[in-house]
Structures are given as structure tokens and as C-alpha cells.
Design a protein around this ligand. Structure first.
Ligand code: ZN
Length: 255
């Protein structure tokens, strides 16, 4: 655990910067646009945004959530995502320390946030998150040798084939596509970070959160389910406390 306020502040600054980049990913990846160039423009007047108007969180507050030139509203999503990523980074450094596990937690949390927000807005989970996350998860696992890499590979395979089966069964049962390919690839990525037991816990938790939160909100409205949001929340919880939850379950419910 790290409690030094200076260190945590520096980590937080990195967090808002990654959050700022994540906003670019959220806006552009679903449209297959480059996240590197061109520079961000105001959606209202098309004016490229100057660096001093693009400072995470600060600029949005200074400008009152409006474009300097045309006063077009700038979504509160931008500062909120930046703050959320900063919270993930500070939380990861505080809980795990400045080490590979802390970095893995911070990046995994950032990708999950990106998936959740993108899925909520577009019902899409771009491959950049899932393939990129899968590679990251396997690389982090490989730093612990075969003892780390093997469970990560098994976790990725279980995540992929379990969701593939759920998607197939859902289509058989409801006669329509219940789950997209994005969810399947996402769970391969999650499996690389949390292992096969973590995959089961994530899918169970995601289904539970989805039915508790989404179903009451959408009764009779026949809306698509952005299931990635609930899987992302459950995957984050599983990463932090999955082992404890599984232990508790095995001791009190089974044993
Ligand atoms: Zn403008």
C-alpha cells in the first residue's frame, strides 16, 4: 500500500492524462478513426482545440463546459471519464503499490471503463480494447513465468468459449442475437487477467448486476442490453476481490 500524497498526486496526473486519451478512444474507435491524428475539434464549429483548452478536467471547468469559440456544449462525459480513470490509477497505486500488479490493475481498469462507456453509447466493444487488453493481460502474466502465463491462457480460452456458448444458446432460445462478438472477445481479455475462476465469477456477477439494474429500467421497452457495462463492472470487482469472494463462497455455501 502507498499512502504518500505526493506519489498519489503524480499517479493521479498520469491518470487524468490516460483518461483524456481514453475519451479520444471512446469518441473515435467505434468509427474506426485514428486515435493519434488529427487533433480534437469542436463538434460545433470544427475549430481545432488548443492545448490550453484541452487540459484534462481543468479546461472543462474553466470554460464552463462550452467551446471557447462557438459556445457549443461539451459533454460532461469528458471530465467524468478523466476523473474516473484518475481514481482507478490512484486506487491501484494505493492498493497494490508502484509495481507491475499496480500497473496491470490501472490499465485493466482503464480498458474496462473504456468498454463500459463505449458499449453504453454505441452498443459496440471495439477490438482495440479487447485484443489490446488480451495482449496486455498475457504479457503481465508472462512476467511471472509459466506459472503466470498458463492460467492466463486457460482463463482467456474459458472466457472465449463460455461466452461463445452463451451467445449460441441465447440465439437458439430467443431466435435473435443476444450477445455480440465484442462480449466474447472481451471475456477472453478478462480471462487473461483474472483466470478461469474469475471468468465464472465475472459472468455470474455481470448477469446478476444486469438483471438487478438493467431489467427494471427497460421493462416493456425492448431495448438492447449493453451487457459489456455489467461485465466490465463485475470484472473490476473480480480483479480486486475475486479470490476472497470465491473462498467465501466455497467455505460458506459449498463447505
Ligand atoms: Zn466550437
Amino acid at each position: 500500500m502507498i499512502a504518500d500524497p505526493t506519489v498519489l498526486t503524480i499517479v493521479g496526473v498520469f491518470g487524468v492524462m490516460f483518461g483524456s486519451f481514453l475519451n479520444v478512444c471512446i469518441a473515435r474507435l467505434p468509427n474506426d478513426e485514428s486515435v493519434v491524428s488529427p487533433r480534437s475539434k469542436c463538434p460545433g464549429c470544427g475549430q481545432p482545440i488548443a492545448w490550453y483548452d484541452n487540459i484534462p478536467v481543468v479546461s472543462w471547468i474553466v470554460l464552463g463546459g462550452k467551446c471557447r469559440r462557438c459556445r457549443e456544449r461539451i459533454s460532461v462525459q469528458y471530465p467524468l471519464v478523466e476523473l474516473a480513470v484518475a481514481a482507478v490509477w490512484v486506487g491501484s497505486a494505493w492498493y497494490y503499490g508502484l509495481n507491475l500488479e499496480g500497473l496491470a490493475a490501472a490499465l485493466f481498469g482503464t480498458i474496462l471503463l473504456g468498454i463500459a462507456v463505449t458499449d453504453a453509447k454505441t452498443y459496440l466493444i471495439p477490438n482495440e480494447y479487447t485484443y489490446g487488453g488480451l495482449v496486455l493481460g498475457l504479457v503481465f502474466a508472462a512476467t511471472r513465468g509459466w506459472g503466470g502465463l498458463l492460467p492466463a491462457l486457460v482463463g482467456a480460452a474459458v472466457g472465449f468459449f463460455l461466452l461463445l456458448f452463451v451467445a449460441w444458446a441465447g440465439e437458439k432460445a430467443f431466435g435473435q442475437e443476444a450477445m455480440g462478438g465484442g462480449d466474447i472477445k472481451m471475456m477472453a481479455m478478462v480471462g487473461a487477467f483474472v483466470g478461469w475462476k474469475g471468468v465464472l465469477l465475472t459472468v455470474f456477477g455481470g448477469a446478476l448486476l444486469g438483471s438487478l439494474i438493467f431489467v427494471p429500467l427497460s421493462i416493456g421497452k425492448k431495448r438492447l442490453v449493453p451487457f459489456g457495462i455489467f461485465l466490465a463492472a463485475a470484472a473490476g470487482i473480480t480483479f480486486v476481490m475475486g479470490d476472497r469472494l470465491i473462498d467465501w463462497y466455497v467455505r460458506t455455501i459449498i463447505g
